[in-house]
Design a protein. Structure first.
Length: 118
């Protein structure tokens, strides 16, 4: 009789019911597929986050480069304007006349120094 009780108890514990007859949910190990899926999801999430951070960093870096290029463009346009003004000043006929007289000793020719060729 003792053996039959043990068999009955074993059958009771082998089933999905507790000793009161209520159903019991057993804890099972997560399957390899579930673990792999979860790890893949987190891997994709971390990769996406790192990619977004890298892209954002690149955008900020390029924005700084654009601002620096605009500043340089403004400076170069100002230098160009000053150089054009200087060229115009150096090309004036009165300045050239003054340099010709002072440095080269050139004067306006007299009437007898001019020969007209026809």
């Amino acid at each position: 009789m003792k053996r039959t009780l043990l068999k009955d108890q074993a059958e009771l514990y082998d089933s999905n019911q507790n000793f009161l007859g209520n159903s019991v949910k057993r804890k099972t190990k997560p399957s390899f597929l579930k673990v792999t899926t979860i790890l893949a999801f987190f891997g994709v999430f971390i990769f996406s986050f790192l990619f977004y951070t890298w892209v954002h960093t690149q955008v900020v870096h390029i924005s700084y480069e654009i601002a620096q290029a605009r500043t340089m463009e403004t400076e170069y346009l100002e230098i160009n304007k000053r150089l054009k003004t200087e060229i115009a000043t150096l090309k004036t006929p009165s300045r050239i006349k003054q340099l010709a007289r002072a440095n080269l000793g050139l004067n306006v020719p007299k009437k007898d120094q001019v020969i007209i060729i026809k």
